[in-house]
Write a protein that binds this ligand. Structure first.
Ligand code: FES
Ligand SMILES: [Fe+2]
Length: 342
């Protein structure tokens, strides 16, 4: 019989965001010598670096008495030490030391680990408890190509991640919300009866959005990488110029926006602050509109009215409601049977 504790544990995790590889935060936030607590889709995670420097992530709740591991220590052996009774856990969640209880059967006392990677300046996890994942993250090449210079930005919005994601896939707002920045280039085509075409091409990784305004190909195409990344390809002959926007769910009311610019021209690092400032400005223009959206989470398509140019956002909504929204990660095991006490 399943016994539930005071807080309803064991309970499901990552509701509406299970079984996906997702970026969580910038890798530079994880220092070599201390753990890092980060919220992801309503779950608190603790990241720390193993002895070889690779990152590990556990659910940030000690299986003993529920203390946050992230306020403990990272040991020199590459484990995390709980701040309460100093149990230590390795990157796979296994207990390595139980002070004052040398006889404890360690294999019964493990924490919950998640598959973790560090790629493209980001920490990724697979939202399913267990040390292995059925796949690897699909990473756009702009995040890893050697020849590109990159800029990194991380901010939090008071919005549900689905509203932020739709905003990033939505071309028709560009001439209005971004009229002073990227929308300036579309302004000359914009008249009272101008028409825009939006095409959605499904791809292995998600989809590609190509737009035309007044029958002229738009300035840029977008790629959607499931579940929560948009890559804006800004045309520049012979060069790569991209903006990656990642909408990481924090909880039902907050989204962590990570913006990574990549370019293969003007690659001097002293220009990075300028490119970052420009991305920050564009993202700030979106923030107020996204945060104002009601209801907070995107509703099913039939609950809002839509037009022809909403093709891309409707595709995202279909994916969200058919795949992500029903998803949840069952508890790894029942805490009630994991006692080592006599
Ligand atoms: S609560 Fe973590 S060791 Fe006791
Ligand atoms: Fe925008």
């Amino acid at each position: 019989m399943q016994a539930l504790g005071w807080a309803g544990y064991p309970r499901a995790m990552f509701e509406s965001f299970a079984d996906v590889w997702t970026p969580v935060t910038l890798a530079r936030n994880l220092k070599p010598d201390r753990p890092l607590g980060v919220m992801l889709a309503g779950e608190r995670l603790v990241f720390f670096r193993r002895k070889d420097g690779t990152p590990a992530a556990l659910i940030d709740r000690c299986p003993h008495r529920g203390a946050q591991l992230s306020i403990g220590k990272r040991t020199k052996e590459g484990c995390v030490e709980c701040p309460f009774h100093a149990w230590t856990f390795d990157g796979d969640g296994q207990v390595t030391h139980v002070p004052l209880n040398p006889e404890a059967k360690k294999e019964r006392l493990s924490a919950t680990a998640l598959p973790t990677r560090e790629i493209g300046g980001l920490l990724w996890v697979y939202t399913h408890a267990g040390a292995t994942a059925p796949s690897e993250p699909i990473v756009p090449d702009g995040l890893t190509m050697q020849e590109a210079a990159r800029t990194y930005l991380e901010v939090e919005w008071a919005a549900h991640w689905t509203r932020a994601m739709e905003n990033m896939l939505d071309n028709p707002h560009v001439p209005f919300v971004h009229k002073k920045t990227i929308g300036r280039f579309v302004q000359p085509y914009l008249h009272y009866d101008t028409s825009m075409e939006v095409d959605w091409e499904p791809t292995d990784y998600g989809g590609r959005v190509v737009s035309r305004i007044a029958n002229v190909r738009d300035m840029a195409s977008l790629d959607f990488f499931k579940p929560n990344m948009m890559v804006l390809n800004i045309p520049m002959p012979g060069k790569v110029f991209r903006m990656h926007a990642l909408c990481v769910p924090v909880d039902q009311k907050k989204v962590r926006m990570i913006v990574i610019g990549a370019r293969t021209f003007a690659t001097f690092s002293w220009l990075n602050p300028l490119f970052n400032w420009s991305n920050q400005r564009i993202v700030n223009e979106d923030q107020a509109v996204v945060e104002s959206s009601d209801p907070v989470e995107v509703p099913p398509a039939s609950h809002e009215v839509s037009v022809r140019t909403d093709k891309a956002t409707l595709q995202f909504r279909k994916y969200y409601y058919e795949t992500l929204k029903p998803s949840t990660t069952p508890p790894k095991r029942q805490l009630s049977v994991a006692t080592d006490a006599a």
